[in-house]
Design a protein around this ligand. Structure first.
Ligand SMILES: [Fe+2]
Ligand SMILES: [Fe+2]
Length: 275
């Protein structure tokens, strides 16, 4: 059985005792182990929500970071202190690079820590290759083949030898869980494109059945054309069920609701998903 807790999301749900904050954090329980997927921008609301859910930070065995953005990595140091033991962190080798926007002003939006600070508390396991973390649970590694229509339109930059270059967010990675009903794919913001991610997951696992896609799809500023194409292509790939929120945006969520009906779920802090 796989149990996924939404520890933090932009929306708390109606009449909810849980805290919401812009960002993502999931806890995945599988085979007696726990993986913390992303750590929001702060640990405080995550720890509050964990207490409400009866979850102990000390039981976390691994951390997986989907990409560098502050709303997925900002809570890292405080979460590591709360976990209180040295555990592996799986992420892309480029995750600690400079990553910033210049509009409306110069602002760092990457990991708000130096690599050395984190290494005092955890074992960094940085790889861009697909890798098994637990039996049947994999990191996708880097998604190199991206659909043309999903090329990132985020205006973000990095530095290379002192030169300003566009950052393609190659560090975007997702988790794939093999279940008896097909794959469950968990993404942070899907900067590699959710259709490209699903295709990549099929390629690395050889499994064509997709039980669920969970996470942010970063369609908040996408054109109508891209939104429609995304939903159409996921349907064509036989993605059975969609759990989304965060950076997916109201327009895309409405499109998913129209096409998926009861198989569309808006995620929120405190939500528990089981397979
Ligand atoms: Fe995000
Ligand atoms: Fe992001």
């Amino acid at each position: 059985m796989v149990k996924i807790y939404v520890l933090l999301e932009d929306y708390s749900g109606y009449e909810s005792p849980f805290y919401a904050q812009h960002g993502i954090s999931f806890l995945i329980e599988h085979g007696g182990k726990s993986i913390l997927f992303d750590v929001g921008q702060e640990a405080k609301p995550i720890l509050h929500n964990m207490r409400r859910l009866g979850l102990e930070p000390n039981n976390i065995d691994y951390i997986f970071l989907s990409h560098c953005h502050y709303d997925h990595t900002g809570g890292l140091l405080e979460m590591l202190k709360a976990i209180g033991k040295r555990i592996p962190i799986i992420a892309h080798p480029m995750i600690f690079r400079k990553h910033f926007v210049i509009k409306p002003c110069l602002m760092d939006v990457g990991v708000p820590f130096e690599r050395e600070e984190i290494e005092q508390y955890a074992e960094l396991f940085l790889t861009n290759e697909p890798i098994q973390i637990l039996e049947g649970v994999y990191s996708t590694g880097e998604v190199r083949e991206r659909e043309d229509f999903e090329k990132t339109n985020l205006e973000v930059y990095t530095l290379k030898d002192g030169k300003l270059i566009r950052d393609e967010l190659l560090d975007d990675m997702s988790l794939v869980i093999r279940t008896s009903e097909g794959l469950v794919i968990i993404s942070g913001c899907s900067h590699a494109g959710i259709v490209s991610i699903v295709k990549h997951a099929i390629k690395i696992t050889g499994e064509k059945r997709i039980r669920s896609v969970i996470g942010g799809f970063h369609l908040i500023d996408a054109s109508d054309e891209r939104i429609i194409k995304t939903v159409e292509k996921l349907k064509k790939l036989d993605v059975e069920e969609v759990y989304t929120g965060h950076c997916t945006g109201l327009k895309a969520e409405a499109e998913f609701l129209t096409d998926y009906g009861e198989k569309f779920h808006k995620i929120h802090s405190g939500m528990i998903i089981e397979f």
